[in-house]
Structures are given as structure tokens and as C-alpha cells.
Ligand binder design. Structure first.
Ligand SMILES: *[C@@H]1O[C@H](CO)[C@@H](O)[C@H](O)[C@H]1NC(C)=O
Ligand SMILES: *[C@@H]1O[C@H](CO)[C@@H](O)[C@H](O)[C@H]1NC(C)=O
Ligand SMILES: *[C@@H]1O[C@H](CO)[C@@H](O)[C@H](O)[C@H]1NC(C)=O
Ligand SMILES: *[C@@H]1O[C@H](CO)[C@@H](O)[C@H](O)[C@H]1NC(C)=O
Ligand SMILES: *[C@@H]1O[C@H](CO)[C@@H](O)[C@H](O)[C@H]1NC(C)=O
Ligand SMILES: *[C@@H]1O[C@H](CO)[C@@H](O)[C@H](O)[C@H]1NC(C)=O
Ligand SMILES: *[C@@H]1O[C@H](CO)[C@@H](O)[C@H](O)[C@H]1NC(C)=O
Ligand SMILES: *[C@@H]1O[C@H](CO)[C@@H](O)[C@H](O)[C@H]1NC(C)=O
Ligand SMILES: *[C@@H]1O[C@H](CO)[C@@H](O)[C@H](O)[C@H]1NC(C)=O
Ligand SMILES: *[C@@H]1O[C@H](CO)[C@@H](O)[C@H](O)[C@H]1NC(C)=O
Ligand SMILES: *[C@@H]1O[C@H](CO)[C@@H](O)[C@H](O)[C@H]1NC(C)=O
Length: 466
């Protein structure tokens, strides 16, 4: 037998059954799909429900009856009018999606010119599509080009990488994968916080990173644990989440309304259940409560409130809050400790300070209204990244000049201390926040070294989602 018939026979065999990879010899045509080896994810062509005849290449859960896409290749360049498309591996080791006229709609840009016989694009059970060279080197992966969804073990950089800021970008509508104005990712101005944007305006913001490497989220009725982590890969900060062994399918997504959700598949009800949503409640939206106001999530019905020492500036919170007592620069000031706070935005990150030096940094500057301090030692990778010469800087001294916007108070004992500058006489009068928060903090301290998870009767404890 000549080699040719063998080859033809083999490729026929491959085409007949579902497979987990594309090779230069085997492309994907309308109606075909790749299925990861464990049958978890599938990749193929799809047309969204209610859509016109626009067709996309996407990855979805193969075993979940409610079709759920976790990645779309050509979200802004659909194949039009139901014309059959083709996804193929080029001789340059690139994946190329073309329509029936042979126009390229989407491609990876590896442009790998050396001989690469045996290169394949493999769909893994993690949901990652990887282009792998014969020697095992991965030259491209879909996890580096997310759509609107983060899957377990996918890493999202918090800082810019080669000037490219990686963000989750929401679908435009439930049945329209095109890029919308809502995006989510690291805040390039500080590397320390995660933000959801509506266009260029922040819509929701997470508290500045305080050095905790791990936040655990837990759902007691099913018993799985989700761990959200900040990790270091070669000196850059990344955010990722992992789930415990045997957990049901989980994903983190930014929906078309700009809401970030952690979702878990409930096979009993055959539906996705959100166990964390942000922003939620409404006052968690960016700067919703105005300067010196904060979203008080500790209330049964979360609502805007004024920081200790402040009162509403007008009939509602559109203008925020004003000082009850004016500061006189330099004299008779003191700091009130607010516990369990989401730190405000627009901070100045002062490097290499001890706690006392940080206090002093704020005290001696008349326009400083607050400060917060953390030790990033557990994220020492981060400190190494920022080192000048000598010992690595592990301090995180934040000071605020002027108004405090987008402040919050947490339920469940999350958050950190915010030291707010007030006239001394005001400090004496204000202890409301302390009274509410101290019992919670005390009980948490006892259990903090284990996971906070065991004490909670509520369905979920969001710890560290701040
Ligand atoms: C790929 O490389 C070739 C030869 O180096 C070059 O001519 C071509 O423009 C490159 N294509 C892309 C998309 O970078
Ligand atoms: C694999 O092959 C590519 C191209 O031939 C080369 O650049 C890469 O260094 C190789 N990797 C390993 C681990 O040998
Ligand atoms: C499709 O349209 C129907 C009827 O208008 C609606 O009930 C359904 O929610 C739509 N589906 C999506 C994904 O938008
Ligand atoms: C997002 O921005 C647009 C345009 O500025 C605005 O119309 C819309 O209301 C904003 N969405 C939310 C949820 O605030
Ligand atoms: C830092 O790590 C130590 C030991 O690993 C742990 O006990 C401590 O709680 C961590 N601190 C923070 C802020 O995560
Ligand atoms: C599904 O139902 C079974 C049996 O009633 C129960 O043990 C399990 O906890 C339920 N799972 C979820 C996710 O609700
Ligand atoms: C808040 O008060 C201002 C001025 O009184 C008014 O113009 C605005 O509509 C009010 N906003 C809300 C949400 O009530
Ligand atoms: C400021 O607070 C510190 C610590 O609570 C206290 O020792 C000091 O006397 C206060 N200063 C004034 C001027 O009240
Ligand atoms: C306060 O700090 C800011 C930022 O470092 C600086 O621009 C300003 O001059 C300082 N003001 C005083 C009075 O030191
Ligand atoms: C930080 O220090 C380490 C070890 O001395 C060095 O390898 C690294 O290049 C430094 N990073 C920066 C950004 O200077
Ligand atoms: C931090 O400041 C100390 C002096 O306060 C200095 O010795 C050290 O080199 C500084 N470290 C960095 C990383 O700048």
C-alpha cells in the first residue's frame, strides 16, 4: 500500500467521530464540532437564538442543556447570511476562519514560519483552546483572549502586559456576542484594583488589593469552595479562581448589563445560579453616594450614608456629604478609624512607608483627608516587581487628597481600616461605626485563620470580593 490511501483513510476516520483537535490536514466545517477529551466543552459554529443568520465560532459546555458560550472567536465579524464557514489550521500554525468566498474573518497571528508538521489546535476540558507545536510548546491559547467569561484556572492580568490590557468584554445583548461598552479588568492607573467600565467611565470598582492572596467563596448547600487568588507570573500580577475537586461547572462572566456574576450550574433545576453579583445593591455603583458618602451594605437594605463626621449635603446624595465641623489645617485634627471599609478610589500610592510614616504622610499634608495601610508581604512577588534598589518594598500606603468617592462598608467582616481625618472634637463624638463593626470583627478574628466559611449559615460568604 502507498502512504496516500492510508492517510486518506485516517483522515476519514477522524472526520467521522468527534475529536478534540484541528490539524493542518483536518479543518472544521459547518456542522462539525470539536469535543474536549472528557466531553466537557465543545467548539464549533453557532448562530445565537433570535439572531439573524450571523454565524460565529465559539466554545460552549458540551453537557449542559442550556447552550452557554464561554468564548467567541469572531464576535465582531460574524459569518453573514448563513454562508458556510471554515476554520482551518494554516501552514504558519495559525487558526484561520474564512467564509465561503474565502475571506478571512478571524485569525490568530502566530505567523510561525519554521517547519511545524504536527502542530494542532486542541480543545481541553478546561475550556481552553490551545495551539501546540509538536515539541509541546503552546504558541497561542484562547484563555489569553477571553470574551466575556473567565473559567477556573484562567489567569487575568491586573496590569498591562506589553501595553495590551486584557479585559472581559460583555456581549451587546443576550443573543448578540458583539463587543459592548461594558468591560472588566485591572485598573491600569494603579495595578491594585479591578474595575467594570461603562465605556471609559467606571461603573463598579473593587476595593484596592490589600495583600490578601486568597479570598474564599463558599456555597454551603453544595459544599464546593471557590478560591480567588492573586498570583505572580514572571513579575506581573494576575487574578484567577480555582474550584474544589468535583464541583459543578462554574464561570465568572460580565453580562450585557455590565453586571459581573459568579455562576454555578445547578443540575437539579437545570439552570445557572448566580451566587455573587456586582454591582449589587444599586448603591455599590461607582461613586453612587457622592463624595464622603458610602454605600452601607451592612444595613438590611443597603443605602447611602455619610462617613462618620459628615452629614448629607442637600436633600439626597447627589452631592454627597459635607463635614459637620471644618478642619483647621495643622491643628486639632485627628484620625477616626473606620473598620471594614471598601477603600475609596483616586488614591495616591506612596511607596516604601511604615504604618507610622504613612500616618505622618497624611497628617502633615493639609489636603490629605484619609489614609489606609496594608502590608503586601504575602504578595511578595508584587513587591519584587516594584523594587528599586535594596530591600523589596512590601508596604501599601494609600492617601487621599480631597474628596473620597466610591467608599463602601462591607457585610461579613471584609474590608480594611480607613483612617479618616476629622477635627478632634468630631472624633470624640463619632463612634457609631465602631459599635456596629467591633462584634463582627471580634468573632471573625477567632476563625480567620481557617476559612471564614464554616460559620456562615447564609448560602454564600463573599469574602474579599471588595
Ligand atoms: C507573516 O510573516 C511573513 C514573512 O515574514 C510576512 O510577510 C507577513 O506579513 C506576516 N504576516 C503577519 C500577519 O504578520
Ligand atoms: C519547540 O519548537 C519551537 C520551534 O521549532 C522552538 O521555538 C521552541 O523553542 C521549541 N521548544 C522546546 C521546548 O523545545
Ligand atoms: C428570543 O426571543 C424570545 C421571544 O421574543 C424571548 O422570549 C427569548 O428570551 C429570546 N432569547 C434570547 C436569548 O434573547
Ligand atoms: C452606560 O453609559 C451609557 C452612555 O453613557 C448610559 O446611557 C447608560 O445608562 C450607562 N449604563 C449604566 C448601567 O449606567
Ligand atoms: C499572609 O500569610 C500568612 C501565612 O501564610 C497568613 O497567616 C496571613 O493571614 C496572610 N496575610 C494576609 C493579609 O493574607
Ligand atoms: C440536587 O438534588 C439532590 C437530591 O435531592 C440533592 O442531594 C443535591 O444537593 C441537589 N443539588 C443541588 C445543587 O441543589
Ligand atoms: C437630588 O436632588 C437634586 C437637587 O435637589 C435634584 O435635582 C435631583 O433630581 C435629586 N436626585 C434624586 C435621585 O432624587
Ligand atoms: C488623637 O488620637 C490619638 C490616638 O487616639 C490620641 O492619643 C491623641 O490625644 C488625639 N489627639 C487629639 C488632639 O485629640
Ligand atoms: C500634599 O501632597 C500633594 C501630593 O503629594 C502635593 O501636591 C501637595 O503640594 C501637598 N500639600 C502640602 C501642603 O504639602
Ligand atoms: C527586583 O529585584 C530582583 C532581584 O534583585 C530583580 O531580578 C528584578 O529585576 C527587580 N525588578 C525591578 C523591576 O527592578
Ligand atoms: C525604603 O526606605 C528605606 C529607608 O527608609 C531605604 O533604606 C530602602 O532602601 C527603601 N527601599 C526601597 C525599595 O526603596
Amino acid at each position: 500500500m502507498t502512504p496516500l490511501p492510508v492517510f486518506v483513510l485516517l483522515s476519514l476516520v477522524c472526520l467521522c467521530k468527534s475529536d478534540d483537535r484541528l490539524t493542518p490536514e483536518k479543518s472544521l466545517n459547518a456542522g462539525d464540532k470539536l469535543v474536549s477529551s472528557g466531553g466537557i466543552f465543545a467548539l464549533g459554529f453557532f448562530t445565537p437564538a433570535n439572531s439573524t443568520a450571523d454565524t460565529y465560532i465559539g466554545i460552549w459546555y458540551n453537557k449542559i442543556p442550556e447552550r452557554t458560550y464561554v468564548w467567541v472567536a469572531n464576535r465582531d465579524k460574524p459569518i453573514k447570511n448563513g454562508s458556510p464557514g471554515k476554520l482551518a489550521m494554516s501552514s504558519n500554525s495559525d487558526l484561520v476562519l474564512s467564509d465561503s468566498q474565502g475571506r478571512t474573518l478571524w485569525t490568530t497571528t502566530n505567523n510561525f514560519t519554521s517547519a511545524t508538521t504536527g502542530t494542532a489546535a486542541i480543545l481541553f476540558d478546561s475550556g481552553n483552546l490551545v495551539i501546540r507545536l509538536p515539541n509541546g510548546t503552546d504558541i497561542w491559547q484562547s484563555f489569553h483572549y477571553p470574551t466575556d467569561t473567565a473559567l477556573p484556572d484562567m489567569v487575568l492580568p491586573l496590569s498591562t502586559n506589553d501595553g495590551i490590557l486584557m479585559r472581559l468584554i460583555a456581549w451587546r445583548a443576550p443573543d448578540d456576542p458583539a463587543s459592548s461598552d461594558y468591560s472588566m479588568g485591572g485598573d491600569s492607573s494603579s495595578d491594585l484594583q479591578v474595575v467594570i467600565w461603562n465605556g471609559t467611565r467606571p461603573y463598579w470598582r473593587r476595593s484596592a488589593w490589600d495583600g490578601s492572596l486568597v479570598s474564599a467563596l463558599y456555597q454551603s448547600n453544595t459544599g464546593f469552595i471557590v478560591t480567588e487568588t492573586i498570583v505572580d507570573r514572571g513579575g506581573e500580577l494576575y487574578m484567577t479562581f480555582t474550584v474544589s475537586e468535583g464541583s459543578p461547572s462554574m464561570r465568572m462572566t460580565l453580562d450585557y448589563k455590565g453586571t459581573s456574576k459568579f455562576l454555578v450550574w445547578n443540575s437539579n433545576s437545570s439552570s445557572w445560579e448566580a451566587f455573587i453579583e456586582q454591582p449589587s445593591p444599586i448603591c455599590e455603583r461607582y461613586a453612587y453616594c457622592g463624595p464622603f458618602g458610602y454605600c452601607d451594605a451592612a444595613e438590611t437594605v443597603p443605602k447611602c450614608n455619610c462617613l462618620s463626621g459628615f452629614e448629607p449635603d442637600g436633600v439626597n446624595f447627589s452631592r454627597g456629604c459635607r463635614r459637620k465641623e471644618d478642619l483647621k489645617c495643622g491643628i486639632d485634627n485627628n484620625f477616626s478609624t473606620l473598620r471594614g471599609m471598601k477603600t475609596p478610589d483616586k488614591f495616591l500610592y506612596v511607596r516604601n512607608r511604615s504604618f507610622d510614616q504613612c500616618t505622618e504622610e497624611c497628617r502633615r499634608n493639609c489636603s490629605c483627608s484619609a489614609y489606609a495601610y496594608a502590608n503586601l508581604r504575602n504578595g511578595s512577588a508584587y513587591a519584587n516587581l516594584k523594587n528599586g534598589s535594596g530591600a523589596a518594598d512590601q508596604s501599601r500606603c494609600l492617601i487621599w487628597l480631597g474628596g473620597l468617592v466610591d467608599t463602601g462598608e462591607f457585610r461579613d467582616g471584609g474590608g480594611e481600616n480607613l483612617y479618616l481625618r476629622l477635627a478632634s472634637s468630631t472624633v470624640d463624638k463619632e463612634s457609631k461605626v465602631l459599635k456596629i463593626i467591633l462584634p463582627i470583627v471580634a468573632s471573625l478574628l477567632i476563625l480567620a485563620s481557617i476559612c471564614l466559611v464554616w460559620i456562615c449559615k447564609s448560602r454564600v460568604i463573599p469574602v474579599g470580593v471588595r
